[in-house]
Design a protein. Structure first.
Length: 228
């Protein structure tokens, strides 16, 4: 069995090699370690191996871990799950980023509920393959939502996030990633705070990085398979 530190190292190598394969600058892709369903002891192991950004999908679970790990002062928490409007307060108070904004109402609530001492970083989730039961906005809705969010004083619009359709060919997936990249580059022309294109997971990080991802969200390849 490899340790978490060893698997983390191997994921870092994949990220760096993919970045070089894409002829992009070294260290231009951030690694988010997705720790959902995994115990805090696993997060501590990754932290001690130098990983400081973690993603959680479930509000209650995430908040409990954040409270438990307060002493790890370099840690940055990203909320990457579906967000119901009655849970926004907990997320606004405890997380540093929310990557799954797909309606203005959620953004407005987060803006009103975040603590006066911090700003919340947000990404808009795009349903790039127009899947019926998937969260995220359609591409046509992006300009209007980005504009409205950029006017909210307590949020910092950082960019876009997507989860492409599962089980499609790597060519089709590359086309979806490339489409995201062009939306992202266009957004950067209008909003100086936009620097993040969050796409790519354990199974498709190479393809995502080749097509412009600046942040991959990796769970299984670091922490092993999930039971739930
Ligand atoms: C679970 C999850 C991941 C990580 O997926 P792996 O395949 O385990 O790397 C990434 N992004 C989101 C939004 C997730 O829910």
């Amino acid at each position: 069995m490899e340790t978490i530190a060893e698997r983390l190292k191997s994921v870092q190598n994949t990220v760096e090699q993919s970045t070089l394969d894409a002829h992009r600058p070294s260290n231009s892709v951030k690694l988010l370690a997705v720790s959902k369903t995994k115990p805090v002891s696993n997060i501590v192991q990754a932290y001690e191996a130098g990983q400081y950004c973690f993603g959680e999908n479930y509000v209650q679970e995430g908040v409990e871990k954040i409270q438990h790990l307060r002493a790890l002062d370099k840690i940055e928490w990203h909320f990457i799950g579906p967000l119901q409007s009655n849970k926004t307060r907990l997320v606004a108070e405890h997380f540093d980023w929310v990557q799954t904004i797909d309606r203005l109402k959620t953004a407005q609530r987060l803006n009103d509920q975040t603590s006066p001492f911090k700003k919340l970083n947000v990404c808009i989730q795009v349903n790039i393959d127009n899947e019926e039961n998937k969260a995220g906005i359609k591409t046509e809705q992006l300009n209007e939502l980005a504009k409205a969010i950029s006017a909210l004083p307590n949020l910092i619009l950082r960019g876009l996030m997507t989860i492409p359709m599962a089980n499609q060919t790597s060519e089709k997936q590359a086309a979806s990633f490339a489409q995201m990249s062009s939306l992202f580059k266009n957004m950067q022309k209008h909003y100086p705070t936009v620097d993040t294109l969050s796409m790519g997971m354990s199974g498709d990080m190479h393809n995502a990085i080749l097509n412009g991802s600046t942040m991959v969200r990796v769970g299984t390849a670091i922490f092993g398979a999930r039971n739930q």
